[in-house]
Design a protein around this ligand. Sequence first.
Ligand code: NAP
Length: 309
Amino acid sequence: MNIALVGIGKIARDQHIPAINNSETWSLAAAVSRNGAVDGIENYVDFHHMLEIRQDIRVVSLTMPPVPRFDFAMAALNAGRHVMLEKPPGSTVSECQALLNAAHQNRVSIYATWHSRMAKMVPAAKDWLSGKKIKRLAIIWKEDVRRWHPNQDWIWQAGGLGVFDPGINALSIMTELLEDPVHLKSATLDIPENKDCPIAAHLRYVHPHGGDVHAELDWRQTGDQIWTIEIETDDGNLTLLDGGARMVINDVETTSDDILLNGEYPRLYAKFAELINGGQSEMDLTPLQHVADAFLLGRRMTTEPFIEN
Ligand code: NAP
């Protein structure tokens, strides 16, 4: 299937272009970018123009930040194109719902991706946890914003999510793993006095069976970077490390052979092809809802200004 990639920035270059180029299903037929270009294919600056003249391209993948993405997504859906959205699927829960409705009306597929759910050990962790009682789940997601998000002003502006930009990856795994939904009980958001969005967040959830569920998200981590989820159950313990790439069960590292495709993004693109071929859409908004709840309920603590350099 021909596909166009729109918004040629960090994630497009790091993950989307290689995943598409290495796939037997997809062919990168065009790129749309205000500033960049992809070698060897047709490049466009004006998205509406591309939609109009490239009727051979029935699928678009949108990899720009969430706030500007809505207009692109709506235009594509109304032009009868299938749409893949980077995470988070939108800057509000309601706009995502509007996109899902537009996909239904236009009889096309929309896929709100959660790349961390495609991390290697997440399916195996989900299988292992099935039927077990959760006693404790702790998310520890601590990374250095200067290292991973250099010069990304949007990430600090309203709608950019701040530390929830990586944190929502942890929430997407948590909501995939837990059989019983949790809801937020309390939250603290540490917000630099010169930014709109938090640099750290502390979240405590109510679990229906009394499990202790909490999350520590922090962007001020230097040295070792931590993307860990620790889970204690009535029948042993499981830890996901490195964002779900590794898993330890009862102190023993376990791996999975049950992997057909290597990498989160190849798995996302395979899933998107399946959805289109099956005439289906997928948009699970639970992780974004948890972020919205944190912004609703969180106590704001003003912290020192964040100066990048
Ligand atoms: P980025 O490099 O800062 O921006 C991506 C591209 O989006 C830009 O190069 C630009 O493309 C386009 N863009 C930016 N602002 C725009 C605007 N106001 N209007 C229209 N287009 C705009 O961001 P990124 O790191 O790739 O992240 C993009 C999305 O991917 C985010 O939702 C992020 O959460 C997600 N993501 C990022 C990573 C990561 O490691 N960075 C990992 C997973 C997911 P053009 O110059 O081509 O127009």
